[in-house]
Design a protein around this ligand. Structure first.
Ligand code: ACO
Length: 369
């Protein structure tokens, strides 16, 4: 297949570097608000104050949830649909809302409507499946803070808002990973944003991709004490299971996003009285890396972003079943930036495959088979 040009991000897997639109990702993650990152990815330059105010206002205005979509989410909750699947269903229903508002389905307003809706759908669905009253969006809170508010009904602390923003800024864009590729393939047929993002959520959900951090927490909760770590992990290797939060197709060193997020997580956990959990997680990482070297000596399998994502999101008290949807709140921006780029390139994506099936078969009538 031809290489797909991309002006959004560059990854150096040997050195562990990630550049987004020319900036080291760490610089953006630490300094920017999430709204600034949205503008940067959709317009390829940092916003002026006026441009940022306009984008922030649009994201706020687009937070309302169409009653038709709320009905669908209620029905999903009655059927106990898993939260990421409910998000995928909710996002695909945005077509109805865009249609009734005559929004440009492949333009900036359509993109911002999708970005604004994802935290709202996620938080609303979480309240529905937990039989709690739905919380309306808070007009004075930004994108990250409003998500935390809509989950709990309480105004989040500055520490939690900033922790979540750094996380969202860190995972917003990462080249042609499986979910971004899915979005681009759909867009390359001249389809629409809602279809592309629905497909991308389907790809993100799997445990080899954005579904990994939930199982990281499950693993840590199962291990419980230091003395159990090595036997637990050896059992995983011997039963040919993969360790969630380790390994990457591109990185041969520790994922640089994991390096940054481990600092964010450490800060969060030190402010909690639960630092035992943090210590256990760090011991599990250290022992897992030693065992990965022992069991897979010819590979260079290191910690990936999802291990420390799990620790950050758990530290922010975000429920484990919402980890993948919370990832989506951020990554949707990268997907949409790729969708715009794909529209400009206007070339269908069609990888070649190598035929490995049988040859020279002869037809036989059904009675003779
Ligand atoms: N635990 C144990 N073994 C592993 C792991 C792991 N986490 N990752 C790779 N391996 C092993 C495979 O078993 C295989 O071994 P073999 O050669 O003896 O058969 C070898 O390494 C190569 O495996 P591939 O699947 O070809 O490696 P690839 O680099 O393509 O896989 C992937 C990348 C899918 C992320 C893999 O490392 C994995 O499954 N990790 C666990 C899931 C995970 O954390 N996913 C999140 C990734 S980050 C993100 O998507 C945002």
């Amino acid at each position: 297949m031809d290489n797909i040009p991309n002006h959004l991000s560059k990854i150096d897997g040997q050195l562990g570097k990630l550049i987004i639109l020319g900036f080291p990702f760490e610089e953006l993650a630490i300094n920017a608000s999430f709204e600034e990152i949205v503008f940067l990815l959709l317009h390829s330059h940092l916003p002026t104050q006026g441009e940022l105010n306009l984008l922030t206002k649009k994201l706020l205005d687009y937070r309302d949830l169409d009653p038709k979509i709320l009905d669908v989410l209620k029905s999903a909750a009655e059927n106990e649909i898993e939260p990421t699947e409910a998000l995928r269903i909710g996002v695909s229903c945005l077509s109805m809302d865009m249609h009734s508002h005559r929004m440009d389905k492949e333009g900036i307003s359509g993109a911002l409507k999708i970005i604004a809706s994802i935290p709202v759908i996620t938080a609303t669905y979480w309240r529905l499946i937990n039989n709690k009253t739905i919380i309306d969006p808070h007009p004075a809170l930004g994108h990250a803070a409003n998500y935390l508010y809509m989950l709990t009904g309480e105004e989040p602390s500055l520490e939690h808002i900033r922790g979540l923003e750094i996380y969202l800024n860190t995972v917003v864009e990462h080249g042609l990973n499986a979910s971004t590729f899915s979005a681009r393939v759909v867009m390359s047929t001249r389809s629409d944003f809602v279809s592309a993002i629905t497909a991308a959520i389907g790809a993100l959900k799997g445990i080899l991709h954005g579904g990994a951090p939930g199982p990281v927490i499950d693993m840590l909760l199962e291990i419980k004490t230091f003395s159990e770590i090595e036997s637990y992990l050896r059992h995983k290797f011997e039963s040919r299971e993969r360790l969630m939060g380790f390994g990457h197709r591109i990185y041969r060193v520790k994922d640089p996003r994991a390096v940054l997020l481990s600092e964010v997580a450490e800060d969060l956990w030190h402010h909690k009285d639960l630092s035992e959990f943090w210590t256990l997680a760090i011991d599990v990482e250290r022992i897992a890396l030693r065992l990965l070297k022992e069991y897979k000596p010819h590979r260079s399998i290191k910690t990936n972003v999802e291990y420390h994502t799990a620790l950050v999101l758990h530290g922010l008290d975000i429920p484990t079943p919402l980890f993948t949807s919370t990832f989506t709140i951020s990554r949707v921006v990268g997907w949409l930036a790729h969708c715009f780029e794909q529209l400009e390139q206007d070339r269908i994506i069609r990888p070649k495959s190598i035929y490995t099936g049988p040859s020279e078969q002869k037809w036989s009538p059904i009675a003779e088979r």
